[in-house]
Design a binder for this molecule. Structure first.
Ligand SMILES: [Zn+2]
Length: 587
C-alpha cells in the first residue's frame, strides 16, 4: 500500500551519484555553442542531452515522489530543489540552441537527422521548431522582448499574491451556533452538508465577497494578462490571441470555436437537470452554489482491494494486454494508497520516460475514490503503452490528449456499475449524479470559461476598455445561456471571473478539459457500439505517446475535432443521463 522507490534508486547514494552525473553533464553542454552546424557536434550534443534527460528525469521522479510523501520533510524538499535547479540551469545553458538551429536552417538541420538514424527521435521536436520560426523574431528583437519577460508574467504573480498570500478567511455561524472558518478549499464540503439556505448563502459569500471587495484590482490584474497576450500576438504576427496560444500544438482555432458554439447551443439538458434537482431537493430558490448538494447520501464504503477488483471486472472484455497493463500499474509498490501526515493531497499518476509510472492516492473508501482508481490507472496505462512503443524523447504526451485514457476508464466503469443489477436505487441516483456533474464540470463549465477568455481577449484586440463590470457582464450572459440562472441575484457571483486561477495563470488552457472529455467519450462510444477496429485505434492513440500533433493523433483514433460531432455527442449523452435520472427518481 506504499510506494517502493528502490525501483528508481536502490539507495540514497545511488540517487546522489545520478544527480552528480546529471549536473556535471549539463555543464558540458555549453561547449557546443556555435558548433551545431557541424554534423558530428550536432549529433554529440543531442545524444548528450538525451543522456542527461534520461538520468535527470529518474532523479527528478525520485526526488519529487519522496517529497510528496512528506511535505514537512526538509531534506526531501531540498533534494527536489536541487534537481529543479539543475534543470533550470540546463534550459539556461541550452538557450543558444533554438536561434542557432534556425540560423543553420531547416534543410541542413533535418539532413543531419536523415543521415543519423539514432537521432530520429529528435525530428519531431525540430519540425515543431521550424514550424514556429515565422513567429520567431530576429536576434535583437528577441533579446529586447526577453527583457520584459518578468513584466509579462506580472499578472500571474500579482494574482497569486492577492489570492493566495494575502487572502483573509472569514468565519460563518452555522444554524447550530457553531462558528466555522471558511476557506477556498473547504467551502464546497460545508455547502454540500448544509440543509439551510441561509448557511449556504453565507458560506458561499464568505469566499466570494473577497473577489467583490477587490474587484477593481482583479480587473486591473486581468487586464495585465490580456495586454501581455495582445502584445505577444502583435509582436509575433498572429491573427489573434487565441491563435497564438494554440499554435504550438497545431490546434486549429476552428476546434476551439466549434466547441464553444456547440456547448452554448446545446444546454437544454442542463436546464432540465437543474429543474429536476430543484424539485427533488425541495428548494424554493436555486443558486449556483446549490450544485454542491448531493441528491442522496451514500454511506457505502469500498475497500481499496474491492475498488481494484471492480475496475478489473469493468475491463474484463478489453484485450488481454490492456488488462495486463491495468494489473501492472496497480501493482504493490507503485500505488501509495492512504492519507498520511504531510502527504500531498489529491491524486495523480506520475510518468517519466522509460520508467514504470507511480500512482498517488488519498483513498478514503468513497464511490468517488473507486472512480479515481480507474482514472489514475488510465493515465498510467497510457504511459505504459507510450513507453513500450516510442523512443525516450517521444513518450511524453501533451495535455491535450492526457485526459483521454483516464476518463475513458471512468465512462466504462460507470456503465459497469449501472448495468450491474446489484446497484440499489440510491446507488443509481448517486452514480447518475456523479456522471452528470462530471460532464457539467468538465465539459460545460470549462467551455463557459473558454468562451469568456475568447470574448475578453476579443475586447482587447478591438481596443475596447476592460473593467470589472465589463468582465462580469460576459459572465452574466454566459450563465444565463448555459444554466438559465440570473447570477445578478447572487450579489457576489458575477465576480466568478476573478475566482478561476487558470484564467490568470495559463490563458486558453481550460478548453482542453472539454476537448479531452469529448474525445474520450466518442472513442468510448465507438468501442461500446462495436465499431470495427475502434479499440485498436484507441490503443494506437495511447501507443503514439507524444510523437505527433495531438489533433492528428486523435483523428487517427477516429475522432475529428474539426467537426462538431464529438462535441454534440457529449450534449446527447448528457440528455440521456438526465432522462435516466428522471426515470430512476420516479421509480
Ligand atoms: Zn487526470
Amino acid at each position: 500500500m506504499k510506494w517502493d522507490l528502490t525501483y528508481l534508486f536502490p539507495t540514497e547514494a545511488d540517487f546522489e551519484a545520478a544527480y552528480q552525473e546529471t549536473s556535471a553533464t549539463i555543464q558540458t553542454l555549453s561547449a557546443y555553442k556555435g558548433l551545431l552546424n557541424q554534423e558530428a557536434k550536432f549529433k554529440e550534443y543531442f545524444l548528450t542531452q538525451k543522456h542527461v534527460l534520461k538520468l535527470g528525469y529518474r532523479a527528478y521522479q525520485y526526488a519529487s515522489l519522496s517529497s510528496d510523501l512528506n511535505k514537512k520533510n526538509q531534506e526531501s524538499a531540498a533534494r527536489l530543489q536541487k534537481v529543479q535547479i539543475a534543470f533550470n540551469l540546463m534550459s539556461e545553458i541550452c538557450s543558444f540552441e533554438e536561434p542557432e538551429l534556425i540560423a543553420i536552417g531547416q534543410e541542413r538541420v533535418l539532413s543531419f537527422i536523415d543521415r543519423n538514424p539514432e537521432l530520429e527521435e529528435m525530428r519531431f521536436r525540430l519540425v515543431k521548431l521550424f514550424r514556429r520560426q515565422e513567429h520567431v523574431l530576429d536576434d535583437v528583437s528577441e533579446r529586447l522582448i526577453s527583457n520584459f519577460n518578468q513584466l509579462v508574467g506580472a499578472g500571474a504573480e500579482l494574482y497569486s499574491n492577492l489570492t493566495v498570500a494575502d487572502v483573509q478567511n472569514g468565519d460563518v455561524m452555522l444554524d447550530d451556533g457553531k462558528l466555522v472558518t471558511i476557506t477556498n478549499s473547504n467551502y464546497r464540503a460545508f455547502i454540500s452538508k448544509s440543509k439551510s439556505p441561509r448557511e449556504r448563502k453565507d458560506i458561499f459569500e464568505s469566499v466570494f465577497s473577497y473577489y467583490d471587495v477587490h474587484k477593481t484590482t482583479y480587473a486591473g490584474i486581468y487586464n495585465t494578462v490580456l495586454q501581455a497576450d495582445y502584445a505577444n500576438m502583435k509582436a509575433r504576427k498572429y491573427a489573434s490571441c487565441v491563435e497564438a496560444a494554440l499554435f504550438n500544438n497545431a490546434i486549429p482555432v476552428e476546434v476551439y470555436r466549434s466547441l464553444a458554439s456547440v456547448a452554448r447551443e446545446n444546454t437544454a439538458p442542463i436546464k432540465k437537470y437543474i429543474a429536476l434537482r430543484k424539485k427533488f431537493l425541495k428548494l424554493k430558490e436555486y443558486h449556483t452554489y446549490d450544485r454542491f448538494l448531493p441528491l442522496v447520501k451514500s454511506k457505502k464504503e469500498y475497500e481499496f482491494e474491492e475498488a481494484k477488483k471492480l475496475f478489473f471486472k469493468s475491463i474484463a472484455n478489453f484485450p488481454a494486454d490492456f488488462q495486463e497493463k491495468a494489473h501492472e500499474v496497480l501493482k504493490d509498490g507503485f500505488v501509495d494508497v492512504y492519507e498520511a501526515d504531510g502527504k500531498r493531497s489529491g491524486a495523480y499518476s506520475s510518468s517519466t520516460p522509460d520508467l514504470h509510472p507511480y500512482i498517488l492516492l488519498n483513498y478514503s473508501k468513497t464511490l468517488d475514490d473507486v472512480f479515481t482508481v480507474a482514472h489514475e490507472a488510465g493515465h498510467s496505462i497510457h504511459s505504459m503503452y507510450a513507453m513500450e512503443n516510442q523512443p525516450t524523447m517521444l513518450q511524453d504526451y501533451t495535455i491535450f490528449v492526457a485526459e483521454i485514457a483516464s476518463t475513458f476508464n471512468e465512462h466504462n466503469l460507470l456503465d459497469y456499475f449501472i448495468s450491474s443489477s446489484k446497484s440499489s436505487k440510491n446507488e443509481k441516483i448517486a452514480l447518475l449524479q456523479r456522471t452528470i456533474d462530471d460532464i457539467l464540470a468538465t465539459f460545460y463549465r470549462q467551455t463557459l470559461f473558454a468562451i469568456y477568455e475568447l470574448e475578453a481577449h476579443k475586447l482587447v484586440e478591438d481596443n475596447q476598455p476592460i473593467t470589472a463590470d465589463i468582465l462580469s457582464k460576459i459572465m452574466i450572459d454566459l450563465y444565463k445561456d448555459f444554466y438559465d440562472l440570473d447570477i445578478t441575484t447572487e450579489e457576489v457571483k458575477p465576480y466568478v471571473w476573478a475566482y478561476i486561477p487558470h484564467l490568470f495563470y495559463t490563458p486558453f488552457y481550460v478548453y482542453q478539459y472539454a476537448t479531452s472529455f469529448a474525445t474520450s467519450l466518442k472513442l468510448y462510444e465507438n468501442v461500446k457500439n462495436k465499431v470495427p477496429g475502434a479499440f485498436d485505434r484507441y490503443i494506437g492513440l495511447l501507443k503514439s505517446g507524444g510523437s505527433e500533433f495531438p489533433v492528428e493523433q486523435i483523428k487517427k483514433a477516429g475522432v475529428d475535432l474539426t467537426e462538431k460531432e464529438a462535441f454534440l455527442a457529449v450534449a446527447h449523452r448528457l440528455g440521456e443521463l438526465v432522462d435516466q435520472l428522471e426515470v430512476v427518481i420516479g421509480e
